[in-house]
Design a protein around this ligand. Structure first.
Ligand code: CO8
Length: 263
């Protein structure tokens, strides 16, 4: 396992309970080649193992979030190589989707193809005003390959997802916010402060409750409503076995701020 300073294409830092991971291949607008994806998977494993981290912000270095998968690397692939490469990206993005801690994509510029798919693998998306979103794969002769066909319709609805994927059009951050792809749009210079503040706010809450909420939402969206409600009821009940529930409710009745302990 690499430590936080050994990545070639990523920068890693911590601000309190918040981890900040920056994809850093700025000359190629942070395009994802196999090395970036492998390092991203290693970084996620590292963060998953760090019990001090309560939330993760992912961003890009320079004027781009991620301008997609690396077209030079994949242009001569045969079908089997395409399958392996698609699986690599999808498995890393799935690992992000399944992190127990909440994740925020701070989208600072182009989020195209694999970049849009990376942003969608995060729980929340905050975009700077200059950001652009799109799935331009059909212009290159391929389908989205890192779960764009799966996550985009879940976020924006089937009709809008089909429009974006069939036309390959890019949309502005404001339009992305209108269709529900983005939570919030902010000036470029404020992006990281807003994302880190939101992550910090989440990190200040009762973490078992935050993590159970994430599980209940993610499971609930994938299953029938009866099963989903039963699952929510289970995690709700489990909260009453935690210190943080007693502390949160005692603090309310005693009119003081809670001091949560992740237990
Ligand atoms: N791959 C490789 N290189 C890239 C990529 C990319 N996706 N995007 C940008 N670059 C490179 C450019 O080639 C250029 O390199 P150089 O300086 O050596 O010529 C450098 O980055 C800077 O880019 P531009 O000069 O083009 O910058 P502009 O500001 O003029 O344009 C754009 C920015 C609009 C983002 C433009 O670069 C662009 O259209 N990039 C490609 C966007 C794209 O099509 N992305 C989707 C790729 S496919 C994908 O992501 C599929 C994911 C699933 C794959 C599954 C595999 C099996």
């Amino acid at each position: 396992m690499k430590n936080e300073h050994e990545f070639e294409n990523l920068k890693y830092r911590r601000e309190g309970r918040v981890a900040i991971l920056t994809i850093s291949r700025p000359k190629l607008l942070n395009a994802l080649n196999a090395m970036v994806l492998i390092e991203l998977g290693q970084a996620i494993d590292m963060i998953n193992d760090d019990s001090e981290v309560y939330a993760l912000v992912i961003t890009g270095d320079g004027k781009s979030f991620v301008a997609g998968a690396d077209i030079n690397e994949m242009k001569n692939y045969n079908s089997e190589e395409g399958r392996v490469w698609g699986e690599l990206g999808s498995s890393v993005f799935n690992k992000i989707d399944k992190m127990k801690i909440p994740t925020i994509a701070a989208v600072n510029g182009f989020a195209l193809g694999g970049g849009c798919e990376l942003a969608m693998a995060c729980d929340l998306r905050i975009a700077s005003e200059n950001a652009k979103f799109g799935q331009p794969e059909v212009s290159l002769g391929i389908t989205p390959g890192y779960s764009g066909c799966i996550r985009l319709p879940r976020l924006v609805g089937i009709a809008k997802a089909k429009e974006l994927i069939y036309t390959g059009d890019s949309i502005s951050a404001c339009e992305a916010a209108k269709i529900g792809l983005v939570n919030k749009v902010v000036p470029f210079e404020d992006l990281m402060d807003v994302a880190i503040d939101m992550a910090g706010k989440i990190a200040s809450k009762a973490q078992i409750a935050v993590r159970y909420s994430k599980l209940a939402i993610n499971r609930g969206i994938e299953t029938d409503i009866e099963t989903a409600i039963a699952f929510e009821n289970q995690v709700f009940a489990l909260c009453f076995a935690t210190y943080d529930q007693k502390e949160g409710m005692s603090a309310f009745t005693e009119k003081r701020s809670p001091s949560f302990k992740l237990k």
